[in-house]
Write a protein that binds this ligand. Structure first.
Ligand SMILES: C[S@@+](CC[C@H](N)C(=O)[O-])C[C@H]1O[C@@H](n2cnc3c(N)ncnc32)[C@H](O)[C@@H]1O
Length: 275
């Protein structure tokens, strides 16, 4: 009976995967058409307002096709060359609405849901670990004026982030680095660190104990610095996860955990304390 159940389940899950892939491809193509439509609409405005509008007045729309061409090129390179697991069927894990970047998790929405504007100040120096395209770092700098570094092992996602940083002219304040977190040695401590869904990664490129991850972060932070930590879905309700966290009370202090993303993730605001 069990063998039969497995035999039925496997093709079903394969079918589901294929259907998801096809739907995402369709969504990606529709998204691309959307950008073309934006440009066409803008062209019509230009035409009717010839006396006031020229190429410099609508750069943020007219520049999008070139930006998105660079992003598509980077995704194609990733498909061809990256020998690691690519998240979200090879599309960016993060979306960025202000530049119409297609992706799974909305940056602006997460930024607001986590109330980051209230926690990050303009004089902060922020590190985003396993930052994917670095959109959270970029957007934090954009919204709050802080300086932000993002680090991710995937060079294609980092390049996409860099194109967006360039587009928004944030190069002076946002630095995105393609390297493993394990070997990262910054020259100054950070006042804010983001560790979002990244203390143990599905691609197998970061498999350390939660305690070691947090200890490493502790070592990179300024005294009294703030760690904003987002769990994975699998951590929610897992006693081992909670026990490991509790064991870190000597290094961080925190009050509550917040349930986010329809209750599938937890968010912790942890203050670094001297161990
Ligand atoms: C689930 S995604 C989370 C992305 C981002 N933190 C967010 O929540 O939007 C995990 C990210 O960790 C990155 N990653 C995996 N191993 C890494 C490592 N050793 N060092 C740095 N980044 C790593 C992956 O490339 C991927 O972008």
């Amino acid at each position: 009976m069990r063998v039969l159940a497995i035999a039925v389940k496997r093709p079903l899950s394969l079918l589901k995967r294929l259907a998801r892939r096809a739907m995402l491809l369709l969504a990606f193509r529709l998204h691309r058409c959307g950008i073309q439509l934006l440009v066409t609409a803008r062209r019509l405005i230009r035409l009717t307002e010839r006396h006031t509008i020229d190429a410099t007045s609508d750069l943020f729309v007219m520049g999008l096709p070139r930006l998105h061409q660079r992003i598509r090129h980077e995704l194609a390179l990733q498909r061809r060359e990256y020998d690691s697991y690519a998240y979200f069927y090879g599309y960016p894990y993060q979306a960025l609405a202000i530049l119409n970047v297609f992706g799974k998790r909305g940056t602006e929405e997460r930024f607001d849901a986590y109330d980051l504007a209230r926690m990050i100040r303009s004089d902060d120096h922020l590190l985003d670990i396993g930052c994917n395209c670095g959109f959270m770092a970029l957007y934090a700098a954009f919204r709050t004026g802080c300086r932000a570094d993002g680090i991710d092992i995937n060079p294609y996602m980092i390049n996409i982030g860099r194109y967006c940083v360039e587009f928004l002219r944030l190069q002076e304040r946002v630095r995105l680095l393609a390297q493993p977190f394990q070997s990262y040695k910054p020259d100054q401590p950070y006042t804010v660190v983001l560790s979002f869904a990244t203390h143990w990664t599905d691609d197998g490129n970061y498999r350390v104990r939660l305690q070691d991850h947090l200890l490493r972060i502790h070592g990179l932070m300024a005294e009294g610095g703030l760690l904003i930590f987002e769990s994975h879905s699998a951590d929610v309700g897992n006693p081992e996860f909670y026990a490991a966290l509790e064991g870190m009370r000597t290094h961080f202090s925190w009050d509550e955990r917040r349930l986010m993303a329809k209750g599938t993730r937890e968010l912790y605001l942890m203050r670094r304390v001297d161990a």
